[in-house]
Design a binder for this molecule. Structure first.
Ligand SMILES: [Zn+2]
Length: 721
């Protein structure tokens, strides 16, 4: 699964469609500060960039420019909002909503660059600025969202929206603004507004503490191993990295195994020593559950604050509140989705578990499979079934061929677009390449930054974001970036990538074109500014083209001999992708259910005991299978507790249903044709959030989606008997 993030701010819209497994980056806004007139000359953010499509001029940008520009941006935006709210003229669509759409230009400009650079090229100074800005953001948003005069104007327009001669997009904009303000608390009494502000303040403080604890704890719980023998099964370079990490932390002569993001740890696939496997797994699974960085009380209080906030806003639970504006609309729809899938998924898990148990016994083990054994023995089962040699596979996936002859080729065949290098445009790092994207008729569409290689200072995972959003109102064209963490080959050697990386390149450019094809008037409604459970649809849809016969025949050639990938190897590779999908799907669903349960609490429920709550939540849905723990547990579930995915972790699978259904439909209509590409582009990609997403889907597909194609996509057997 790949992930997404969408942070939308009033006035300053920042769309970061992240696909990493990490918690979403939050945008920050702070209080105003006066600036001297001379800074206007020196600070490059004070005017729009003069480069094509306002692409940031990285030659001029310095770290010391961010804070003054952000602070001035805040001040300007608040002044603009005040002027709109206090306008003596009667409220109109133009003098209120269009004025708001135009506001915050400086803040948007600098925030987008800053937020992108903290993700792709972080440093101490940038982290300091982040910390300084973070606590002020809730208050700043509240200052706008809870402005009674402003809301009164929006409400007047909203109530009269059918009589104002507005077109569909304008009416949609009125509705989106109205909902946003109501949902932030604009209709509350002054007393309630004070309560909301206090809850928001506490919430943002605890969220920050949750993240800080997790960061410190993850470092704290790394497993130290005394002898190299205990690392049997790891590669030479993994062992060297473990030795270096130990030395860095003062354990000279020992080995240090770091804990990564999810409950499951990738290293468990290859560690032969069962005791070490257990130590690694337990360090991961018990993360932030004791000691100085205990996230249990924080998690419990965060869930409670959300329930209290929901109650103030007139909802039974945070889940009711948060799912309402999504495509799913109600928590019941989410529970129903998982409920219908669970019997099939659990049947698959049982079959996988039986095969793993048999493998344990065949290899001389006399124990029942434990979570630290699963991946290890699954790898033997996988080898026996598919005999895949990862190194052999990579020789057919040379990075440049995958990019140019794979994904660019597919996009040319399907949408008619071409990518032309623009080495003249400045970048923020020498590894970043810039392209200009042209439509079939030669019209220039967008600027695209390709930042694919791993490096120090870049956060893990993969994501899409933009420096400039599309808007006919503002006359702006999209300036989009894709970020990944592909290990770069040494100078002079070709970079060979795994098939997972291949599909991620397709996935991220799927988000990329969602931004680049945007064809709307108002920035608030542009491109990827759709609900969370819709935004992963275009990206996941794009993934499946990587294996399309006409596409793969164009790029999967041996990097030395140029020979196409043998059919038989390709077949095994594709087949092996559906292996272990019962486990993968169940660990995801368990985490999603846990997230939904936490946020189904009401304001009357007392503060929960985290361990008891978690056990009861999993038991309730029959997903308390010891060998298949949830992908995240509460104390390190950043999406749910610390990040912006509370009551929304389900969204990835919701989007995948759309993607699988849409891809199957396109194949039934002739597959890789310009006609199909245009139909999909105009109904899904160009429209952004200018109409309800289900409406867009039905326009494209002719009906609502079903889960059939998803189960097939995941290789899950439909029959459970
Ligand atoms: Zn994504």
């Amino acid at each position: 699964m790949k992930k997404t993030i969408l942070a939308s701010l009033i006035g300053a819209t920042l769309a970061i469609t992240g696909c990493s497994e990490q918690a979403p980056t939050q945008t920050s806004e702070t209080a105003p500060a006066a600036e001297s007139a001379t800074m206007a000359v020196e600070n490059p953010f004070f005017q729009a960039s003069s480069l094509q499509y306002q692409a940031p001029d990285f030659r001029l940008i310095r770290d010391e420019h961010f804070l003054p520009a952000i602070e001035r941006g805040m001040a300007e935006q608040l002044a603009e909002i005040e002027a709109i709210a206090n306008n003596p003229e009667a409220p109109t669509f133009e003098n209120t909503l269009v004025a708001m759409e135009r506001s915050g230009a400086l803040l948007t400009r600098v925030s987008r660059v800053f937020s992108n650079l903290t993700g792709t090229d972080s440093n101490e100074k940038r982290r300091e600025i982040q910390s300084e800005l973070a606590p002020k953001s809730a208050a700043h948003s509240d200052n706008i969202n809870l402005n009674a005069d402003l809301f009164a104007r929006i409400e007047t327009i909203y109530n009269d929206r059918e009589n104002l001669g507005l077109n569909d997009e304008q009416k949609r904009l009125v509705e989106v603004y109205y909902q946003r303000f109501v949902r932030a608390g604009a209709q509350l009494t002054d007393n309630q507004k004070e309560q909301i502000r206090a809850l928001n303040e506490e919430h943002s403080r605890l969220r920050n503490q949750f993240a800080q604890n997790l960061l410190a704890e993850t470092r704290n719980i790394a497993v130290v191993v005394d002898t190299v023998e205990e690392l049997d099964g790891l590669s030479r370079s993994q062992i060297q990295a473990a030795a270096n990490a130990a030395a860095d932390r003062g354990h000279e002569g020992k080995y240090l195994l770091s804990i990564t993001n999810t409950t499951r740890q990738p290293i468990l696939t290859s560690l032969n020593n069962r005791e070490v496997r257990q130590r690694v797994w337990e360090a991961s699974a018990n993360r932030a559950q004791s000691g100085d960085y205990d996230n249990r009380p924080i998690s419990a209080r965060l869930a409670q604050i959300r329930a209290e906030r929901a109650a103030l806003l007139g909802y039974d639970s945070w889940a009711d509140y948060n799912v309402e504006p999504q495509m799913a609309q109600t928590p019941e729809a989410v529970f129903e989705l998982f409920g219908t899938m669970l019997p099939t998924v659990i049947a698959n898990v049982e079959a996988e578990q039986a095969a793993i148990q048999e493998m344990i016994e065949r290899r001389g083990g006399d124990y029942e499979v434990q979570p630290w054994d699963w991946e290890y023995y699954a790898e033997f089962v996988r080898q026996e079934l598919y005999d895949i040699d990862e190194a052999e596979v990579r020789e057919y996936f040379e990075f440049n061929r995958v990019l140019h002859d794979g994904v660019f080729y597919q996009m040319n065949r399907f949408y008619g677009i071409t990518f032309e290098p623009r080495p003249d445009l400045p970048t923020y790092h020498e590894d970043v390449e810039v392209y200009e994207v042209f439509d079939a008729d030669g019209t220039s569409l967008a600027i695209f930054y390709a930042d694919y290689f791993a490096r120090e200072g870049k956060r893990g995972g993969a994501w899409m974001s933009s420096f400039v959003g599309q808007s006919h109102l503002l006359g702006t064209k999209p300036v989009v970036v894709n970020v990944m963490n592909i290990p770069k080959a040494p100078e002079g050697e070709p970079t060979l990538v795994s098939y997972d990386h291949v599909t991620t390149i397709f996935h991220e450019l799927g988000h990329g074109i969602h931004g680049m094809f945007s064809n709307v008037t108002y920035p608030t409604l542009a491109g990827t500014a759709v609900s969370r459970d819709f935004v992963e649809f275009p990206s996941t849809f794009e993934e499946d083209w990587a294996a399309h016969p006409e596409v793969i025949a164009n790029y999967a050639n041996h990097y030395e001999t140029g020979e196409p990938i043998p059919d038989e190897l390709l077949e095994r590779l594709i087949q092996s992708r559906s292996f272990n999908q019962g486990f993968d799907t169940l660990e995801y669903i368990s985490a999603s259910l846990l997230d939904m349960e936490w946020h189904s609490l009401t304001a009357d429920d007392e503060l929960q005991d985290v361990n008891e709550f978690e056990a009861a939540a999993l038991a309730k849905y029959g997903v308390d299978i010891p060998a298949v723990p949830p992908r995240y547990k509460t104390t390190f579930f950043s999406h749910s507790m610390g990040g912006g995915y509370s009551a929304s972790y389900y969204a990835y699978m919701w989007s995948e249903i759309l993607a699988a259904d849409a891809f199957a439909y396109v194949q039934s209509q002739g597959g890789l044709t310009r006609e199909n590409g245009n139909h999909y582009r105009s109904n899904i990609l160009e429209v952004g959030n200018t109409r309800p997403t289900m409406e867009s889907y039905i326009q494209f597909r002719g009906q609502e989606p079903t889960t059939d194609a998803l189960l097939i996509r995941r290789g899950l057997q439909l029959s459970v008997d």
